[in-house]
Design a protein around this ligand. Sequence first.
Ligand code: XMP
Length: 319
Amino acid sequence: DWTAGNIIDDLVARVRQEVGDENVLLGLSGGVDSSVVAALLHRAIGDQLTCVFVDNGLLRLAEGDEVMQTFARHMGIRVIRVDAEDRFLDALAGEADPEVKRKIIGRTFIEVFDEEAGKLDDIQWLAQGTIYPDVIESAGASTGKAHVIKSHHNVGGLPARMNLKLLEPLRELFKDEVRRIGLELGLPAEMIHRHPFPGPGLGVRILGEIHKAYADCLRQADAIFIEALRESGWYEKTSQAFAVFLPVKSVGVTGDGRRYEWVVALRAVETIDFMTARWAHLPYDFLDHVSRRIINEIEGVSRVVYDISGKPPATIEWE
Ligand code: XMP
C-alpha cells in the first residue's frame, strides 16, 4: 500500500540498482521537484550526488542562501552555488520582449550549467525532477516546465556531449505524492508547500527591460507581500502570489513636493490547474497593510495596485 516511507524505500532501491557506484549531477532550483530529487538521491547514494545551483539574479530575496542552508549546511549535500547574476543581466541588457527574455534566460542557464558540469569529472548521470504530469503533458501547457526541461535536453546537448544518462526518479509520481515523500525525507514544510515559481523568475515579473535596481526593488516588494500572506494565513489559501514591477513613473506627494516613482502590482490567484484562475479576494485590510509597508519601506515606489483579472483572458504572469 502507498505510504511515503514505502515509496521512498522502493525509489532508493531502484536508484541504487541503476546508478551503482557512478556519480550523478543535479540542477537544483529550489523548487519542490528538484528539491525532492536532491533529498531522495542523497538518501540513496550520498556523496555520489553533486548539485549545481545557479543564482541568475532573478530569484526571490534570500533564495540562494536558503537553498544553501537547507541542502548544503543542514542536509550535508554537496551543492555548488554559481553566482551568475552579472552574466544573466548582461545577456538581458536592453531586451524588452518577454519571449526573447525567456529564451535568453533559458540559454544562459544552460551555458552556465554546462560550464559547471564541464569542471566536474567522473559524472555519468544527469538527474532531473521530471514528474508524471510533465511526462503526460509534454507540451507543458500547465506549468511551462516540460518546455524548460525539453529545452535543457535539446538546446544544451549536455547529456550527449558529456555522454550522460538521464535519471528521473520521480517520473511516475504526482505532485501530491512528491510533496509527501519530500516531507518524509525531512524537507521543510514551507519548501514543500511553496507556490510555483517560473523558471525565468523575476525576469518575467519586471515588465520590459530588466535592470538590477528593478530586480532589487521587486525582490523587496515580493518579500513583504509573501511575508504578509504567510502571517495572515492567506499563503495556503492562494495558489500563487507575487509582486510585479511596472516600469512606469507615477506621482506621489511627500513632505517637500511631488515625486515620480515606480508602481508595484500585486497578483494573487486561486486555481486548481493553472489553466484557469480566479483572482484571490484578499481582505481590504490585508491589502492596505501590504501597500503601506511596500510604499514606506521601499525607496522608489510610490504606488501599489492589485490585479483583479481572471484567467482567461489574463494570464497569471504579466508577461
Ligand atoms: P500563465 O502566466 O501562463 O502561467 O497563466 C501559468 C503558470 O505557468 C507559470 N509560468 C512559467 N513557468 N516558465 C516556467 O517555468 C515560464 O516561462 C513560465 N511562464 C508562466 C506561471 O508562473 C503559472 O504558474
